[in-house]
Design a protein around this ligand. Structure first.
Ligand SMILES: [Zn+2]
Length: 439
């Protein structure tokens, strides 16, 4: 029973799981009744109709002590459970105050969240559900509901600490064709056609080295995008993946197809991914703690996943971005210390923890090899080092061994599989295209 982190499902407590399932069901019902649909696509997808507006609800506090449960079978949330829906401007500390849970308990949860950092970006529409022990009124569990396919549950382990369980459901994915004509910029035309801002930005980023959007594209040119949308129980989760893009300009044709290795290639099999560099520093530094999903935490002595690699280096060592991207977080966490997160495109993300001095701002565009910080020893740290993480499609991977994009082409022995894949996507584009124009 020493295990602090377990992959889902948690075998520890059937009762807790069924309670959580019940809670999840209630949360879903509340969301549906509230007209909530986890999507911000500006135009209803072709295959699935989503007419509900984006969720805008005041924080709710579902505590109903007036109606005994037996008299009200609809009320499934007893008084030791309370729920908060995040609205813009909320912060964790104020939410804990509002449910009358002390800041020291919050710090215990933040300690559990150190390797995940999920609580550092609460988004409007996320919910936090607090479950107290019915007798002692002590917090025993807190659930962060991000979307129907992604939740994190923090469980009390003992008097002073929590662990966490991350629930990631694969769901089903449904393909959809989006067709658009250029009218103004590509970015705005793509949004008008039904892509999200992030998707339009990712596509522009994808073609950046091949195509000058202001010079090579003009009004009347058109584009096709195959996008797949994630569904859980036939409902959209808001998660999507671009699988193929074709842009037809007056005399040229540009394409990008997602292959099984997670990278995009043009129809000739040339990679569109911009290269990464392996390490975020120059010179050589010793690995003081390797990537290890089941390591013992050096300070608490418990099993806690180590989702990055620690490189021992003196405070003040220059740290560089390992790939082109945008700074999405500049934070100071009580345990992770001063840290930076960079989103490189839809699939790659890097984090740099325990920094000393940060020289970039959130929202800033960054180039591979550009200096972003100097290393430090901030947060909960056993000595000066850099903790570096690489995430691919939402999962932390070993940055020392991961297959990172090196801007090459499809391997010869994979080329047949690749051609098969692009011909399937093109068939889908052409067929759906015919349906769209009604032939
Ligand atoms: Zn580390």
């Amino acid at each position: 029973m020493n295990t602090i982190w377990k992959p889902t499902p948690n075998p520890q407590s059937k009762q807790r799981r069924s309670r959580r399932f019940l809670l999840l069901a209630v949360v879903l019902v509340v969301m549906i009744l509230g007209g909530y649909f986890l999507t911000d696509f500006s135009q209803p997808p072709e295959l699935i109709v989503t007419e509900q507006p984006p969720f805008k609800e005041e924080p709710v506090h579902i505590i109903d002590t007036n109606t005994p449960l037996k008299d009200n079978p609809q009320n499934l949330i007893p008084d030791h459970i309370s729920k908060r829906t995040i609205t813009s401007g909320d912060n964790l500390s104020a939410i804990f105050d509002s449910v009358e849970i002390s800041q020291s308990i919050m710090v215990q949860i933040l300690a559990a969240d150190e390797s995940l950092l999920a609580l550092d970006i609460l988004r409007p529409g996320n919910t936090l559900t607090f479950t107290l022990d019915e007798e002692t009124r002590q917090l025993v569990e807190m659930e962060l509901f991000i979307h129907p396919a992604h939740q994190v549950v923090y469980h009390r382990v003992d008097e002073n600490s929590f662990d966490y369980e991350e629930i990631i459901l694969p769901g089903e994915w449904e393909q959809q064709l989006i067709y658009g004509e250029i009218d103004g910029s590509f970015y705005l035309s793509a949004i008008k056609a039904g892509l999200s801002e992030q998707e339009a930005g990712n596509i522009a980023y994808l073609f950046k080295s091949k195509l000058n959007f202001s010079r090579d594209i003009r009004a009347g040119d058109h584009f096709q995008v195959i996008r797949s949308l994630q569904l859980i129980d036939r409902k959209l989760t808001g998660q999507s993946q671009i699988e193929g893009v074709r842009i037809f300009s007056r005399n040229r044709y540009y394409s990008a197809f997602l292959f099984e290795d997670g990278n995009f290639y043009d129809d000739q099999g040339e990679s569109l991914a911009r290269a990464f560099q392996r390490y975020p520093y120059k010179g050589r530094y010793r690995v003081s703690s390797a990537f290890n999903p089941t390591r013992l935490h050096p300070i608490t002595g418990r099993i806690a996943p180590h989702k990055g690699v620690d490189f021992a280096m003196p405070v003040g060592t220059p740290i560089y971005a390992t790939g082109d991207g945008e700074i999405t977080r500049v934070k100071n966490h009580p345990f992770a210390g001063k840290y930076i997160e960079i989103q490189h495109d839809g699939r790659y993300l890097t984090r740099y923890l325990h920094l000393n001095k940060i020289t970039v701002k959130r929202g800033q565009k960054i180039k591979r090899g550009e200096r972003i910080a100097s290393s430090g020893n901030t947060g909960r740290s056993t000595g000066p080092h850099l903790h570096y993480e690489l995430h691919i499609k939402g999962r932390a991977v070993n940055p020392v061994t991961a297959n990172i994009p090196m801007a090459t082409s499809i391997a010869k022995n994979k080329f047949k599989t690749f051609q098969q894949r692009i011909s399937e996507l093109i068939v889908l584009m052409e067929q759906s295209q015919e349906d769209l124009v009604g032939t």
